[in-house]
Design a protein around this ligand. Structure first.
Ligand code: SF4
Length: 233
């Protein structure tokens, strides 16, 4: 069972990949300032119990954290320890998050290695951010290291790092002003991953993708399914 767990909401744009952040787009449409970071009503979700005293979410639940913020954002420093305690308490569940702030991970969770049920992936949208974040992220004591290129904004050279990465995932950008994903970048990365024994995942096409020199507009509902089909034999 997978469930979205947004323990806090709000974020600050960090780099080029944030330009069309869906949190900002959605908040704007309802008049909310995304820069204000606050604890949500779901904060204690993993440890909520039913009237019989059992956890509402059973063992084996996969909590996808912070999809409307960044788990390592500064404003959450005083709240994060409570979430980490919940992660410890729910050692029968898995917790997952993606960050653009790998430089804060070690300070925020000094005993990172002791959280067996916490997976942290890092997102890096272009070569500049890969060169900046990968050396920091890949040095961390994490059981699994996943690099998310979403939105992938340009061709990226991963050479020298493949033996330290478990997974590379690629996705395009969504929304009206989506920047283009070139399918050549996706194919090249996949080829390199296969050669180096790194898991590869084409998550979604984004709204605009170039294939064989032609640009396709992909409706939101088809972006994941089109990516699934891309490498089917
Ligand atoms: S780090 Fe993520 S949530 Fe925060 S502004 Fe950037 S894209 Fe949005």
């Amino acid at each position: 069972m997978g469930i979205t767990y947004n323990c806090w909401h709000g974020c600050h744009r960090k780099s080029e990949g944030c330009l069309h952040c869906y949190v900002y787009r959605r908040d704007l449409s309802i008049g909310v300032d995304s820069n204000i970071v606050y604890k949500t009503k779901s904060f204690d979700l993993p440890i909520r119990k039913d009237r019989h005293g059992n956890y509402k979410y059973p063992g084996g639940t996969h909590f996808d954290m912070c999809f409307s913020s960044d788990f390592f954002i500064e404003e959450a420093d005083e709240w994060r320890i409570d979430v980490l305690n919940m992660i410890r308490e729910r050692s029968d569940c898995e917790f997952f998050c993606i960050t653009k702030r790998p430089e804060r991970i070690a300070a925020c969770i000094p005993d990172l290695k002791s959280y067996d049920n916490l997976t942290v992936y890092c997102t890096m949208e272009n070569q500049k951010r890969f060169d900046e974040r990968a050396p920091i992220y890949l040095d961390l004591d994490l059981k699994k290291k996943g690099v998310m290129m979403e939105p992938m904004l340009e061709r990226i050279d991963f050479s020298g790092y493949y033996d330290r990465i478990d997974l590379i995932a690629i996705g395009g950008e969504s929304g009206e002003d989506a920047r283009l994903l070139d399918f050549e970048w996706v194919k090249e990365t996949r080829k390199q991953c296969l050669e180096h024994g790194v898991d590869f995942y084409f998550h979604q096409t984004g709204a605009r993708i170039k294939v064989n020199g032609r640009i396709y507009e992909i409706p939101r509902n088809n972006q994941h399914s089109q990516a699934r089909k891309a490498f089917k034999d």
